[in-house]
Design a protein around this ligand. Structure first.
Ligand SMILES: Nc1ncnc2c1ncn2[C@@H]1O[C@H](COP(=O)(O)OP(=O)(O)OP(=O)(O)O)[C@@H](O)[C@H]1O
Length: 261
């Protein structure tokens, strides 16, 4: 594996394996993301990209028979460690999914809800945090006059930006993005890509994408997953231009040139 970046990582996967029952899905995956960096996780369908994301915020705990081994660290702290309760982990790691999934609540309550869940009781404090998150995703100007309306009245792109606002309202360190644009039309995709670019430097991000052009446009670094012997693995990771211009692994060469995968 090639990894030529030098900064101490904010997110590290160290020899991570994921299995469902007796079936291994990912074996011995390692990667590291520097603080404020966006890493794209690319590779063909079924190579374990979503399983790796789910292991980072321990959504895998909720899948019967799913086992995760190895270590995953955020700022040096193991997500599997004693000191990392699930609420603490959820506060440190935000997640955005492929399909915009706002709660069937008002626009404002989509953000008040996680804040209340994490014990922020004072309404005036919450309102300031809600406004800041909506400004951060560029939605404030579009929704300030209708915060009480249902989030489901927003367009697809607006819903996805609201979901990003919900993911960052608690100021997490890490943001996981699972194909955040793949259910959006080109205009909404452009607005979400602009937003992701704006968030770079402020959040450490790991984004699954099937869109190699998007990975090249947005990501500082790329990790390539592949299926070997029926099981997913990370074959190579490094700076984006290095991966696209001088890939070291034959699978990366074939995938990035559109010859396989
Ligand atoms: N809940 C589950 N139960 C059993 N097997 C699962 C489960 N989730 C994923 N798998 C299996 O784990 C392997 C990796 O799946 P995963 O969804 O992580 O890959 P992926 O690279 O994200 O795929 P895609 O790009 O199609 O979303 C696949 O063989 C899949 O069938």
């Amino acid at each position: 594996m090639i990894d030529d970046r030098k900064t101490a990582p904010a997110l590290e996967l160290d020899d991570v394996s994921v299995s469902y029952g007796k079936r291994p899905a990912v074996r011995h995956a390692s990667l590291s993301v520097a603080p404020g960096e966006l890493m794209a996780l690319v590779g063909p369908s079924g190579c374990g990209k979503s399983s790796l994301l789910a292991a980072i915020n321990r959504m895998t705990d909720m899948v019967p028979g799913c086992r995760v081994s190895g270590d995953i660290r955020i700022d040096g702290a193991s997500v599997m460690g004693q000191g990392m309760s699930l609420p603490r982990l959820r506060r440190r790691v935000g997640m955005v999914f492929q399909q915009p999934n706002p709660f069937p609540l008002s626009i404002a309550d989509n953000l008040h809800f996680p804040l209340r869940e994490h014990g922020i009781g004072r309404r005036d404090v919450r309102e300031r945090m809600v406004e800041r998150a909506l400004r951060d995703v560029g939605l404030w100007g579009e929704v300030a006059g209708r915060l009480d309306q249902s989030a489901l009245t927003l367009s697809g792109g607006q819903q996805q930006r609201l979901c990003v606002a919900r993911a960052i309202v608690l100021a997490p360190e890490v943001l996981l993005l699972d194909e955040p644009c793949s259910a959006l039309d080109p205009i909404a995709t452009a607005s979400v890509e602009r937003l992701i670019r704006d968030l770079k430097g402020r959040y450490t991000m790991l984004m699954v994408t099937h869109n190699l052009a998007q990975a090249r446009r947005l990501a500082d670094a790329v990790a390539v997953c592949w299926v070997e012997n029926g099981c997913g693995c990370v074959v190579e990771s490094g700076a984006t231009e290095h991966i696209f211009m001088s890939p070291g692994h034959p699978a990366t060469q074939a995938y990035c040139r559109g010859l396989a995968g």
